[in-house]
Write a protein that binds this ligand. Structure first.
Ligand SMILES: Cc1ncc(C[n+]2csc(CCOP(=O)(O)OP(=O)(O)O)c2C)c(N)n1
Ligand code: SF4
Ligand SMILES: [Mg+2]
Length: 350
């Protein structure tokens, strides 16, 4: 098999507002197993960044360890990247974000990476409301180390070898909501139409955005009895609404029926348009989603779509009042305010 990706591009390939084609947002050829859900998520990230016309050099992509954490090699070749240690992506993202708040931070991780060794880091990056998009590629197993059950494997799920999981699975979205996440969504790698607008909305949110994406592992966890297989997720997927992302420059001219459509304005002037929203559910009301998740669990349903959004979110840099400029752009004059100011600071501490 050849791993060389052709550079050829159709001369009339669509261009975005920056004049770039989708190719500018692609990565190297994937070495994951053919059919792995993670590859579909990578493709959705490429589409979302292309459609949002993000300058690739303004994105920092970060990951931990796992098949999922390998994926930054397969998208956004022209962006900054840091493949960290197992479960430690959040602390690297926090350090980078505090040093330079001007970049768009996109972290990808696996259920093993985030719900076991990195669970503590996952919790703290959420409660601090770091301005980043955090995608969990959730296949219910440790794909890279040959398919052991992970902490998100559902109770009763059957492994490829036939053993039944007797432990409760961790619900990444429920935990994130509990910890104060300001944007929480759930999706399926096989549902590009839902995933792309969710990624666009998450990237536009100011604060921590979690997208937990059920992403089947075709090699180790796609068997009958597994609750993370393609067949199971297709049969149990319950979308809370259908979703559109409305960019800032696009005027909302069409009349819409307020009973069946809910428009949620993001801080940057973009909108999320939720069509056919489930009755009695409001993604801006935390109690309604906590209730909906519990009901879904009892019915063995996987709720997908935008679960929760806090439009009043205040991200970490604003919470602690960091300087607006990236640290590496500060001049000596800005860094050293002079002995008089220093004298005052010291006097204030005596
Ligand atoms: C400190 C440390 N412990 C254990 C491992 C072995 N290890 C590599 S990947 C992985 C789990 C990967 O699972 P997940 O994050 O769900 O990614 P997937 O491969 O399923 O996408 C483990 C335990 C490691 N690389 N480093
Ligand atoms: S082992 Fe599973 S998670 Fe890893 S690349 Fe193969 S299908 Fe994907
Ligand atoms: Mg996994």
């Amino acid at each position: 098999m050849s791993y060389i990706k052709p550079k050829f591009e159709h001369p009339r390939a669509p261009k975005n507002a920056l004049g770039y084609s989708r190719k500018e947002y692609e990565g190297s050829l994937s070495t994951l197993c053919a059919g792995c859900g993670h590859d579909s998520i990578s493709a959705a990230i490429v589409d979302a960044c292309f459609e949002l016309s993000i300058e690739p050099h303004r994105v920092a992509k970060l990951s931990g360890i796992g098949c999922s954490s390998k994926t930054p090699a397969y998208f956004l070749n022209n962006s900054h990247g840091f493949n960290s240690v197992h479960g430690r992506m959040p602390s690297v993202a926090t350090g980078a974000n505090l040093a330079n708040r001007d970049l768009v931070y996109l972290g990808v991780s696996g259920d093993g990476d985030s719900a076991s060794i990195g669970f503590g880091q996952f919790a703290h990056v959420i409660r601090r409301n770091l301005n980043m998009t955090y995608i969990v590629m959730n296949n219910g197993c440790y794909g890279l180390t040959k398919g052991q059950d992970s902490a998100t494997a559902d109770h009763g799920s059957v492994s490829k070898a036939g053993s039944v999981n007797n432990f409760e699975g961790i619900d990444m979205c429920a935990i994130a909501i509990e910890l104060g996440a300001t944007f929480v969504a759930q999706s399926f790698s096989g549902d590009k139409n839902q995933l792309i607008p969710l990624i666009k909305a998450a990237l536009s949110h100011s604060g921590f955005s979690l997208i937990n994406v059920v992403s089947p592992c075709v090699t180790f966890n796609n068997n009958p009895g597994s609750t993370k297989s393609y067949d199971y997720v297709r049969e149990h997927n319950e979308a809370l609404s259908s979703l559109d992302f409305v960019p800032v420059k696009e005027e909302i001219t069409t009349e819409y029926d307020e009973i069946s459509v809910k428009m949620v304005e993001m801080h940057d002037g973009t909108f999320i348009k939720l069509n056919k929203l489930h009755q009695g559910f409001d993604p801006q009301d935390k109690l309604s989603i906590i209730n909906a998740l519990q009901v879904a669990r009892q019915k063995d349903e996987i709720l997908t779509g935008l679960l929760y959004l806090d439009t009043e979110s205040v991200e970490l840099n604003d919470l602690i009042g960091t300087v607006n400029k990236p640290l590496n752009s500060l001049t000596e004059k800005e860094l050293c305010p002079g002995s008089e100011v220093l004298e005052k600071i010291n006097a204030g501490l005596r």
